[in-house]
Design a protein around this ligand. Structure first.
Ligand SMILES: Cc1cc2nc3c(=O)[nH]c(=O)nc-3n(C[C@H](O)[C@H](O)[C@H](O)COP(=O)(O)OP(=O)(O)OC[C@H]3O[C@@H](n4cnc5c(N)ncnc54)[C@H](O)[C@@H]3O)c2cc1C
Length: 461
């Protein structure tokens, strides 16, 4: 066990920030018998539980129910969609968050973690100051997370919101502009369209969900067009003015759009300013904490986890980081967390799920690659659900599968097997030999691998 330069310590680990990364670290460390302090200025659970993953997915579920009711007649069910009761949607969202928060609070207490409430700062190696009190730890884990990125000249307030305010709307806006076609922007656009709003998504790059395989972005854009969500790509915003009755957004190409609400969803920035990190010797790069493969900052005994570490800003990456650090500190030699194998899901309609390399990333790394795109048109369950999309598999010729990209309702549920395939470096033929249950959407994964292995079943050869 490495140790910080402190003689007297109160804790084995002091964790600063109780979001996905911080609380996972605290829970695992306590499980491994360490004395742990978990410092949190707000509520344990952080962004994901309170203003991120969970409340947005509750909204997306309400949106799916609205669409299901709207389309009920197409499957022979008589139902009327009378509108959205946003107050009840918020109660439902709060109930879900509240139950999970209660559970998490109990879990943390049950493991004997000392939760210290207050804003903390790194006061030096092994020292965290919380509102006048100094906590000394053999190790310190920085886990202060992220916050919405703001744009100069577009102040948040009134009709201009970030994802945090967007979760608390009390009426459905008639017209919304979403700035940013990344995961958060696409998810909110999907929700509001299902709730009946006219939605315009504006993305500076040339496609929605830019980090995904271009085939996926194209499919989502087609689906959004069918849903009458307006998508404007390659357009940069110049400014936005809220005059109290509407917000007017201007673009660098001279375009102007007026709306009842503007969501600024242009990414998230790390929360590392003014927390004593740089002063303690922690290296920062554009606000992100620089770490090695073991998530060490370079200051003895000080680690960083979650969204403040450059890379994918996802809750399950934070969990994995937190667990890694607890195990590393206790000398368990865990395998480093590799971003390339972290599954990614966008929970919009249609859903997007992917893991591993896109086709072009695979070409860059391996030169030649093989790909198969299996259409959900041939998948029974997807037809039953009235969804369109595909499973695209990228493999090295005569080698393993290195990337899987999926679009279609509920395809997020398939990402577990996709991750196993990529992480275990499975050969297409090995996956093709596994029997996938019929009729499931999971079969589409099996079919794609059958095709890649040269023996397609429900597909034209
Ligand atoms: C709208 C939205 C939807 C999302 N949906 C998903 C999703 O579906 N799936 C997914 O995987 N990810 C999703 N994410 C991302 C996910 O929420 C983050 O990746 C995750 O929360 C990062 O965890 P973290 O521990 O690094 O930071 P955070 O969760 O941000 O936690 C940091 C904690 O530190 C505390 N803190 C900060 N400074 C101090 C201080 N000085 N003293 C004490 N405490 C402090 C904060 O109060 C906070 O509780 C979403 C994010 C947003 C905004």
């Amino acid at each position: 066990m490495s140790s910080a330069a402190v003689d007297q310590v109160d804790y084995d680990i002091v964790v600063l920030g109780a979001g996905s990364g911080g609380y996972a670290c605290a829970l695992r460390a306590a499980q491994l018998g360490l004395r742990v302090a978990l410092v949190e200025k707000d509520k344990i659970g952080g962004t994901c539980l309170h203003v991120g993953c969970i409340p947005t997915k509750a909204l997306l579920h309400a949106a799916e129910v609205a669409d299901t009711v709207r389309d009920a007649a197409s499957v022979g069910v008589r139902a009327t969609h009378d509108g959205i009761d946003l107050a009840q949607v918020l109660r439902y969202q709060d109930e879900v968050v509240g139950r999970l928060y209660k559970g998490l609070t109990g879990l943390v207490a049950g493991r004997g973690v000392d939760v210290v409430t207050g804003a903390g700062r790194l006061a030096g190696p092994g020292q965290v100051e919380v509102e006048g009190r100094t906590l000394r730890g053999r190790h310190v884990v920085l886990a202060t997370g992220s916050a919405p990125r703001l744009l100069p000249g577009i102040p948040i307030g009134g009709r201009i919101v970030t994802s945090t305010e967007a979760l608390r709307l009390t009426t459905v806006p008639e017209r919304v502009v979403v700035l940013g076609g990344g995961v958060i922007g696409v998810e909110f656009a999907s929700v509001w369209r299902s709730f009946g709003a006219h939605v315009t998504v504006v993305e500076a790059l040339d496609r929605l969900l830019p980090p995904e395989d271009p085939a996926v972005s194209a499919a989502v854009q087609r689906a959004f067009r069918r849903r009458r969500i307006e998508v404007r790509t390659g357009v940069r915003v110049a400014g936005a003015v809220d005059d109290g009755s509407q917000v007017t957004v201007t673009f660098e190409d001279g375009g102007v759009v007026s709306a009842d609400l503007l969501l600024v969803a242009v990414g998230r920035v790390p929360v590392t300013d003014g927390l004593g990190y740089a002063e303690a010797g922690v290296t920062l790069d554009r606000g992100y904490v620089t770490v090695d493969e073991q998530l060490r900052t370079g200051v003895p005994g000080v680690y960083a986890v979650g969204d403040i570490v450059p890379g994918l800003q996802l809750a399950h990456r934070g969990f994995a980081h937190g667990i890694f650090v607890a195990e590393h500190i206790t000398g368990r030699n865990p395998a480093p967390v590799v971003d390339a194998l972290i599954p990614r899901v966008t929970y919009s309609d249609p859903e997007v799920a992917s893991v591993g390399l896109t086709e072009s990333q695979a070409r860059e790394r391996y030169g030649e690659v093989k790909t198969v795109e299996y259409s959900l048109a041939g998948n029974g369950r997807s037809q039953i659900l009235h969804t369109q999309g595909f499973v695209k598999v990228v493999s090295v010729p005569d080698g393993p599968v290195v990337g899987i990209h999926m679009v279609g309702a509920r395809m997020g549920e398939q990402v577990g097997e996709a991750q196993l395939i990529c992480a275990w470096e499975a050969l297409p033929g090995e996956v093709a030999a596994l029997v996938h249950a019929h009729p499931t959407q999971n079969e589409a994964l099996g079919e794609a691998h059958l095709a890649l292995a040269g023996a397609p079943l429900h597909a034209h050869a």
